[in-house]
Write a protein that binds this ligand. Structure first.
Ligand code: NAP
Ligand code: MG
Length: 501
């Protein structure tokens, strides 16, 4: 029997004919100035399916010279092209068209997104819905970005203009590639900027397909450039480029600090969405079933690869054992497997590197005396980067597994005595991205929400996003706010105009 073609093995189970069609005919190219081009070096890299370690596609590998071309194209489009003369309502129409194309191609985008980072199809479908919603939400903004008419002396007329910043370098991670790219692009485009976007090399295929849809929607050439490449080379070239006006970065705190350092030479605008070690606080009076369900989603959703993962679960002493029992049940109920297998609820982590990293943390937890009451090992699959959903008890907040972001399905359950103890332990972290509170006491809920140092606090829910609500981190979880009117401020600058009458 003839061996199955490699791609059919790599993308096994994908149903949309467009998925295989897109993956065939590699290498995937760079989008620069409205054209798909090979890297100047001619180099490519392999994009893998983390569920079976097979090659999905060859992708052109951007180097500093490609980044430079892309920045030049973005500069030209910003200063001279039709983009700079486009009326606000036309930008609205364009963004709505993108949202429509995302929906129309939803099945293919979900499959590509799932193949890219290993998420089960149902998780990838949710990303498609969010991506389309992001473009729809930000399509509403171009016609609502106002300046001011200011109080002026009798012989003067003074006003302000809110203007785009210019060329935006955007660097994103792999954990939700379609959503991250749509988030960054919708923000920049609604405010009239141009973009050079560097996706993470582990999951860039769906971002390249999104690039095709942007072109189909009629985004003018040079306005969006997409350049997959390695972080320390392509990412660093972008964040150091003297003609980039703003860098918007989502990724780890360690890389975020490098981005900020690189911005100093030309004083770039910088916004950072970084890591987290979010406290999920369960009081004894909580409605236990939903608290357990959300605590489990909070740490096992997307295989724990979420910046807002509720990775430190603080449980009031009197319900600790019962709660742990519920978490163990939920961990064990997960079915691990590849993207398109029926009933699969948890995919692999994204790469070999992440696999080793997450398993390393599990070992560190054990050696520091924490107890893995569920999971605590790699998945049983012979191939693919699977990790069993893991629940640690006997965790102290000073252990490595409670301090460092693991970015895998590993929950640290930590007991607390009372409200004050919960707040002090919850805040005892260098991060401040998110927090969750479960209690039926309305006063306590709001008191604790005020005291927890986090950019987002969920009361009796978790991981709810609304693009009308700002999103960003306290402490080392970031700078700036995405979504909402605050994102519009972050992607624009204000000019004061004085007129002598
Ligand atoms: P990462 O290593 O910081 O990578 C993120 C992006 O930065 C990738 O595109 C990466 O490229 C690039 N990069 C790496 N080194 C760089 C450098 N020296 N200069 C410029 N760019 C560079 O993060 P990750 O491990 O992939 O992603 C997980 C992290 O993202 C977690 O910490 C998570 O909490 C965070 N995250 C935060 C949010 C949020 O909104 N706050 C959302 C999602 C994820 P390559 O990987 O291709 O080399
Ligand atoms: Mg991949």
């Amino acid at each position: 029997m003839a061996a199955a073609p490699r791609l059919e093995v790599a993308a096994k189970g994908a149903k949309n004919p467009g998925t295989l069609e897109f993956l065939r005919g590699s290498p995937k190219k760079l989008l620069i100035n409205g054209k798909w081009v090979a890297a100047k070096s001619g180099k490519t890299f392999e994009s893998l399916n983390p569920a079976n370690e097979e090659v999905l596609a060859e992708v052109a590998l951007a180097g500093p010279e490609d980044i430079d071309e892309a920045v030049k194209a973005a500069r030209k489009a910003f200063e001279e092209g039709p983009w700079s003369r486009m009326a606000p309502h036309q930008r609205t129409k364009l963004l709505l068209k993108v949202a429509e194309l995302i929906e129309k191609n939803g099945e293919q985008l979900a499959e590509l997104s799932a193949l890219d980072n290993g998420a089960p199809l149902i998780g990838a479908q949710a990303q498609v819905a969010s991506a389309s919603e992001l473009f729809t939400y930000f399509a509403g903004w171009p016609t609502k970005i106002y300046g001011e008419t200011n109080p002026s002396a009798p012989d003067m007329f003074n006003y302000t203009l809110r203007e785009p910043i210019g060329v935006c370098g955007q660097i994103i991670p792999w954990n939700g590639p379609l959503m991250s790219a749509s988030n960054k692009l919708s923000h920049a485009l609604s405010t009239g900027n141009t973009v050079v976007l560097k996706p993470a090399e582990q999951a860039c295929l769906v971002v390249l397909r999104l690039g095709e849809l942007l072109m189909e929607a009629g985004v003018p050439e040079g306005v969006v450039n997409i350049v997959p490449g390695f972080g320390p080379v392509a990412g660093a070239a972008l964040s150091n480029h003297p003609d980039v006006d703003k860098i918007a970065f989502t990724g780890s705190t360690t890389t975020g600090k490098k981005i900020l350092e690189a911005s100093v030479a030309t004083l770039k605008h910088v916004s950072l969405e970084l890591g987290g070690k979010s406290p999920h606080v369960i009081f004894a009076d909580a409605d236990l079933e939903p608290a357990l369900n959300y605590a489990a989603i909070g740490i096992f959703g997307n295989t724990g690869q979420a910046c807002i993962a509720g990775s430190r679960i603080f449980v009031q002493e009197s319900i600790h054992d019962k709660f742990v029992e519920g978490m163990v049940q939920r961990a064990k109920a997960h079915k691990l497997g590849s993207q398109f297998e029926p009933g699969v609820t948890m995919g692999p982590v994204v790469s070999k590197v992440q696999h080793e990293r997450v398993l390393g943390y599990i070992e560190a937890g054990k050696s520091e005396g924490a107890k893995a009451v569920a999971g605590g090992a790699a998945g049983p699959q012979p191939k693919g980067y699977f990790v069993q959903p893991t629940v640690f008890t006997a965790v102290r907040n000073d252990m490595k597994i409670a301090r460092e972001e693991i970015f895998g399905p590993v929950a640290a359950v930590i007991p607390f005595k009372d409200e004050n103890d919960a707040v002090l332990q919850g805040n005892d972290t260098t991060y401040g991205l998110a927090a969750g509170i479960w209690t039926r006491d309305i006063s306590r809920a709001h008191r604790v929400a005020r005291r927890l140092k986090a950019g987002t606090v969920w009361i009796n829910c978790y991981m709810v996003l609304d693009f009308a609500m700002p999103f960003g981190g306290y402490k080392q979880s970031g700078q700036g706010r995405e979504f909402s009117n605050h994102a519009i401020e972050m992607y624009t600058q204000m000019k004061s105009v004085f007129v002598r009458l």
